[in-house]
Ligand binder design. Structure first.
Ligand code: NAD
Length: 387
């Protein structure tokens, strides 16, 4: 078996997601474990970091034992030793950067959202395909251990006929006024490509359709819970995007479900995200790592809520969690972003099948776009696949 390198440019390398997930959780362990087996070869990522700040790049490079970095994106794109370009920089820069990478003949892999609109996403994909380039979109959440368990239950027929689902996500993001914000300010500015719909609904699209099948229609309300925030430089700004949303989805299967996402809610649930599926034969609810199920046989017979142990207490003295069983782990933990790299690299080198292409990324944007339109116009919006 021959050991070979694949040159990968990581753009936005100093950003949170690139550093903590794609590098620390994905490419660096792949490199340090001696590479990925692709056909008869062992493929080791050769990483080139790109970004705006020389010192920060050098610091990140040092942290992960990477020898190459530059602030000169054009020079990186012109380097034939690096055929793959990955973008994890701020969202508003993405379309332009990916187009430059395509012009330079790079295979492109990108964080979400892949483009601001479905139309722009389609143009991007056509440009890549016209040049014979491979493309991919990060769809990591399906690989979360909790959601993998849910998916396995679905495949096994555990639920019977799925009747409904609910996906709840969020936590409190401080506004910078009362306490320092824990998320970058671009997330709360239209000009920075911010907004909860384009940030999170691309994820919810592939998670929901990946487990439950096609979404046919959506109805959404999106609003701004925190209208004013303070940015990294201490400047006060007006939030001009939504930071809270509630969505209802119709499924091709006949089931209906909901998504509630918010940057202005305080956590009191099993996890930061929970996805519950209810079916005629059983229910299950997954968080990031864990999943609990309740079969029809285990379902408690609840008679109503106006009884309890005494009329004045309304206290049933029942722990509803007792009726759920934890679903065992599917295997040793693997970083969800690593799955993406392990799929994309063989796709580039050996044309291996890869479902997380820009076509999937466009469908992800379609859900965000449909929800924004539904909220603006107060209507149900069709999710028929774009051709
Ligand atoms: N898959 C996921 O779960 C997930 C999670 C978080 C973020 N993301 C996506 O990853 C991207 C980055 O998010 P993040 O949370 O790491 O943000 P971040 O703010 O930590 O990082 C953004 C990066 O973009 C760079 N950048 C910002 N403005 C720039 C400019 N004007 N010119 C050049 N570079 C600039 C920054 O230097 C930084 O390297 C976003 O598109 C976001 O949607 C995906």
């Amino acid at each position: 078996m021959a050991t070979k390198q694949i040159g990968i440019i990581l753009n936005g390398a100093t950003g949170r997601i690139c550093r903590t997930q794609h590098m620390r959780g994905g490419l660096v362990p792949i490199r340090d474990e001696g590479g990925l087996t692709v056909g008869d070869d062992q493929i080791v990522p050769r990483i080139l970091l790109t970004g705006r700040n020389e010192d920060r790049l050098a610091e990140v490079a040092r942290e992960y034992g990477i020898e190459e970095w530059t602030t000169d994106l054009d020079a990186a794109l012109a380097d034939p030793d690096f055929p793959v370009f990955f973008d994890a920089a701020a969202t508003h820069l993405r379309l332009d950067t990916l187009n430059r990478a395509i012009d330079a003949g790079k295979h492109i892999y990108t964080e979400k959202p892949i483009a601001p609109t479905v139309t722009e996403g389609i143009e991007l994909m056509h440009r890549a395909e016209a040049k014979g380039l491979k493309h991919g979109a990060v769809e990591d959440k399906l690989f979360l251990p909790g959601f993998r368990k849910l998916s396995n239950l679905m495949d096994s027929g555990f639920f019977g006929r799925v009747v409904s689902f609910k996906l709840e996500f969020g936590w409190w993001v401080f506004d910078g006024i009362a306490a320092e914000s824990q998320r970058p300010s671009w997330n709360y500015k239209k000009s920075g490509g911010g907004g909860l719909l384009s940030d999170m609904h691309p994820h919810w699209r592939y998670v929901i359709e990946g487990i439950l099948g096609p979404i046919t229609d959506v109805s959404c309300a999106a609003w701004t819970a925190q209208p004013e925030r303070i940015d990294e430089d201490g400047a006060r700004y007006t939030v001009d995007v939504e930071d809270a949303t509630a969505t209802i989805l119709d499924m091709e299967s006949g089931a209906r479900g909901s998504i509630v996402s918010s940057w202005a809610t305080r956590v009191r649930s099993d996890d930061l995200v929970t996805f519950q599926i209810d079916g005629t034969e059983g229910s299950a609810v997954a968080g990031l790592r864990k999943c609990w199920s309740q079969s029809a046989a285990d379902t408690p017979r609840i008679e109503g809520f106006n009884m309890g142990s005494g009329p004045e207490t309304m206290d049933f003295l029942v722990d509803y969690d007792d009726h759920w069983k934890e679903v065992p782990d599917v295997g040793p933990y693997k970083n969800p972003y690593r799955f993406g790299w392990e799929g994309f690299i063989p796709h580039v080198l050996n044309n291996a099948p890869f479902e997380h292409t820009l076509a999937a990324g466009i469908r992800d944007v379609q859900l965000a776009e449909a929800c924004a339109r539904s909220s603006d116009e107060k209507i149900w919006v069709d999710m028929a696949p774009v051709t």
